[in-house]
Design a protein around this ligand. Structure first.
Ligand SMILES: NC(=O)CC[C@H](N)C(=O)O
Length: 224
């Protein structure tokens, strides 16, 4: 399996993502600078990591969404490539239109940094196949703009097409509509999620529930 992690100025979870991918899937991981215009050949996955790209200026992910590499990422996704966006990565995916909706300021206007119980909405994706729908996973959140919003038609489509990958169990701490924590694209190959699975891959992290997401990717994408 071959993966690339895109690095923006202000990314702070890029190396954690690379370590999680290497350790939990055995993937070869390339770090790709946002000013690059092409991705390495033969990739199975592109990961957009969490952080504070461009200092969250304008809106979280807005400037990163216009980075030169995002054209190549959009092309990769257009050809059916798998893309994982975590936290700031999810914000970048909505800014580029690879996923619908937007992430707004948390309901109580506070930065939230804590472990968060999630309910798995579907096992039918490369990112979630190691869970059963309805399973509970504890994965940390760390964001100030995590309130997912979308119009009613989009919310109905996400629900009707089984594209809600994760919801916050017991209610969204950030005010997200439908308690949505993560969603899939229509072809199910792009996942955006606010919680950080790469921060929960080793018991030393305080929990390893996030490892299942990487094991899912391994099952779905590792060929050798
Ligand atoms: N951990 C992150 O990726 C944070 C994303 C963004 N800077 C926010 O605070 O909402």
């Amino acid at each position: 399996m071959r993966a690339a992690v895109i690095v923006f100025p202000g990314s702070n979870c890029d190396r954690d993502m690379a370590v999680a991918l290497r350790e939990a899937t055995g993937a070869g991981v390339s770090m790709v600078w946002h000013k690059d215009t092409a991705l390495p050949e033969g990739l199975d996955l592109v990961a957009l990591p969490g952080g504070f790209s461009f200092g969250d200026h304008l809106r979280c992910g807005a400037i990163a969404g216009k980075s030169p590499i995002m054209r190549a990422v959009t092309e990769f996704a257009g050809k059916g490539g798998h893309v994982l966006g975590v936290c700031n990565g999810f914000q970048i995916l909505t800014e580029t239109g690879l996923l619908p909706g937007a992430l707004l300021r948390n309901g109580r206007l506070k930065f939230l940094c804590k472990s968060s119980p999630l309910r798995v909405g579907t096992s039918a994706s490369a990112f979630t196949n190691a869970w059963n729908a309805g399973d509970i996973a504890s994965i940390p959140i760390a964001h100030h703009d995590g309130a997912y919003v979308a119009d009613e038609d989009t919310l109905a489509a996400l629900k009707g097409e089984d594209r809600i990958a994760f919801t916050y169990e017991g209610g969204a701490p950030n005010g997200a509509m439908g308690d949505i924590a993560g969603i899939l694209s229509r072809n199910r190959r792009v996942l955006g999620m606010m919680p950080h699975p790469e921060r929960a891959v080793d018991p030393a992290h305080g929990g390893s529930d996030g490892r299942r997401l990487f094991r899912s990717l391994f099952h779905a994408l590792a060929t050798a």
